[in-house]
Design a protein around this ligand. Structure first.
Ligand SMILES: NC(=O)c1ccc[n+]([C@@H]2O[C@H](COP(=O)([O-])OP(=O)(O)OC[C@H]3O[C@@H](n4cnc5c(N)ncnc54)[C@H](O)[C@@H]3O)[C@@H](O)[C@H]2O)c1
Length: 428
């Protein structure tokens, strides 16, 4: 493809040189004349391993050049990429004026173009910034595509050719396909996302990387205070690909609970206090969890329900442990607000509990026994909303929702989305 790349900085230069290596014809549009001259001499404007080699290769086979402004027929361009800086303002908000400047240049340049020009945002922008860029592209010959990069400085060239995935989002499927086709030979996992989601994914990735570093550092601080080799400890920690370094626990849903996570976090924070170690990240986890709980409950209460069917009570499937189950806390909260609840949870059978479990149930949760029903039909009968805490009889429940048009809250999955889906389903 014939591709324009606006901005020959860290991201633009790597993207352009690598795409030239893949056989595309790249023209960098870069206002900084020194960078333009360097690129045209085969020098890299930034220090990045192997980049200069790829720039020189691109120059020698006439697939790469740089200029300060568009100097070729726009009709012949297949794609324009924007890789200009999007820095922070003093208060942390995102500055997107450079992106807007390029959009304005492209709008003007494509005024008389016979077909739409796919414009790919490679710069990092968040969904709110995207709104103004979308507005700027409306009524133009530009078709907006978000194609974030996940490169690391210092290994950017090798990251480009070993990407774990490539994503693109846009309103025009043809433009999105065109962008993803750039990576056909180098990346097998190519995903189409909504525009907003494509923007957000980059932030989720970087926030997660930052979170991991801060987490390891706080564990490191505790270990140091206890004279434990934290590097060795984290090496072993990382050997667990089932829970620690895996997909586990990375699905947005309801707050966590159970007899271990909250208790052990509290003990760890208490240990930190004894050792006089500040643990700002670990200290934020329980408040964040509580916020998630409150947010979901507030959303349910907002609908003014009178009778709710609650599917699931213990904190996970195939388990009858009610200790610190967030669902129990939610049920108590709803009862406290005067809502009539009926609970269905085949995992929890008070008459089958023994020993300390029975004692615990009678003492802590005995007041809930009268709300528990063994027949799902009884629980659903006459309810004006269903809260799905655990995965029981989903099909039977969905049938009921369709027949009776009651709202459905799926706490297993991200609440607002599922709720909207359910409401849509009801409306249909
Ligand atoms: N993955 C990473 O490691 C990584 C690293 C840095 C930045 N980023 C992200 O990539 C994006 C680009 O950042 P960067 O560090 O590569 O930027 P940079 O500052 O290195 O380069 C941006 C270039 O764009 C040029 N430019 C400015 N206005 C222009 C215009 N109107 N037309 C053409 N060129 C113009 C500038 O002269 C500059 O050379 C940002 O959104 C940033 O958040 C990612």
């Amino acid at each position: 493809m014939n591709i324009l790349i606006f901005g020959a900085g860290y991201v633009g230069t790597v993207t352009g040189a690598c795409l030239a290596h893949c056989g595309n014809i790249i023209t960098f549009i870069e206002p900084n004349e020194t960078k333009v001259d360097m690129l045209n001499r085969g020098e890299s404007p930034i220090l990045e391993p192997r980049l200069e080699e790829y720039i020189q290769q691109g120059l020698s086979n006439n697939r790469l050049r740089a200029t300060t402004s568009i100097d070729l027929e726009i009709e012949k361009v297949d794609l324009a990429m924007i890789a200009v800086a999007t820095p922070s303002t003093f208060n942390g908000s995102l500055q997107i004026e450079h992106v807007h400047n390029v959009i304005n240049t492209l709008k003007e340049a494509t005024r008389n173009r016979s077909r739409q020009l796919p414009v790919v945002i490679r710069s990092t922008i968040h969904p709110n910034a995207l709104k103004s860029i979308k507005n700027a592209c409306s009524d133009s010959n530009l078709s907006l595509v978000i194609n974030p990069e996940f490169l690391r400085e210092s290994t950017a060239v090798s990251d480009f050719f070993n990407a774990p995935f490539c994503v693109a989002g846009g309103e025009d499927p043809q433009s999105v396909d065109l962008v993803l086709s750039l990576y056909k030979e180098i990346c097998q996992k190519r995903y189409v996302l909504e525009l907003d989601a494509a923007c957000m994914l980059k932030y989720a990735c970087n926030a997660f990387h930052a979170l991991k570093i801060a987490f390891a550092n706080e564990v490191g601080s505790l270990c140091e205070a206890l004279n434990i080799d934290s590097v060795k400890l984290m090496q072993v920690f990382c050997e667990d690909n089932q829970l620690n370094c895996s997909k586990a626990y990375l699905k947005p849903g309801f707050s966590f609970g159970g007899s271990c996570l909250p208790k052990d976090l509290r003990a760890l924070l208490s240990l930190g206090r004894e050792l006089e170690e500040q643990l700002p990240l670990l200290s934020a986890i329980l408040p964040s969890n509580q916020h998630r709980f409150q947010r979901a409950v507030a959303e349910i209460l907002h609908e003014d329900h009178q009778k709710l069917a609650i599917i699931g009570m213990s904190f996970k499937k195939n388990n009858d442990d009610l200790r610190e189950s967030p669902f129990v806390e939610m049920i108590e909260y709803l009862i406290g607000k005067g809502i009539q609840v009926k609970i269905y949870d085949p995992d929890v059978k008070p008459d089958r509990l023994l020993g300390s479990n029975l004692k615990n149930f009678t003492y802590r949760y005995g007041h809930l026994a009268r709300y528990i029903h063994s027949d799902l039909k009884d629980v659903l009968q006459g309810c004006d909303g269903i809260i799905f805490c655990k995965d029981f009889e989903k099909n039977q429940i969905l049938d009921y929702i369709q027949q009776h048009s009651v709202p459905f809250y799926d706490l297993q999955n991200h609440l607002p989305f599922e709720m909207k889906q359910a409401l849509k389903l009801c409306a249909a």
